[in-house]
Design a protein around this ligand. Structure first.
Ligand SMILES: [Zn+2]
Length: 124
């Protein structure tokens, strides 16, 4: 399993926080205000220590809510603001992120069904 998903998650969250911070806290370029910088590093840490690694689902699909309450609210604001804008600014990255999420959904939906299919194809 390669870690491209983790790299993608990191990049996605970084760009979303940047968009949010620039608009709400008057920063620009690679600059982030202190609280957004803290939030970004918190998000990085959560991605890296995710208990589902290396097969990490995208955070939206995850069944475990690993963020502390205050951080969860902060990141939710960021995503609500930046999510819709990401598609225009980073169509490639956002598309891949959506595909990751879509794959997770299929995987999650499929899992219990496959288990109960006694008379389907023989196991390979
Ligand atoms: Zn900020």
């Amino acid at each position: 399993m390669d870690d491209s998903r983790v790299i993608r998650e990191r990049k996605t969250v970084e760009e979303m926080i940047k968009l949010y911070c620039h608009k709400h806290h008057g920063t620009s370029g690679r600059e982030l205000c202190q609280s957004c910088n803290d939030l970004l590093f918190y998000a990085y840490k959560k991605i890296e220590t995710c208990r589902f690694l290396p097969d990490k689902p995208t955070c939206r699909n995850c069944t475990v809510h690993c963020y502390a309450k205050s951080k969860k609210e902060a990141i939710r604001d960021v995503m609500r603001f930046s999510g819709p804008k990401m598609m225009f600014r980073f169509p490639g990255l956002t598309t891949l992120h959506f595909i990751d999420g879509w794959k997770d959904k299929k995987r999650i939906e499929k899992f219990p069904v496959e288990k109960n299919h006694g008379n389907s194809k023989p196991a390979l």
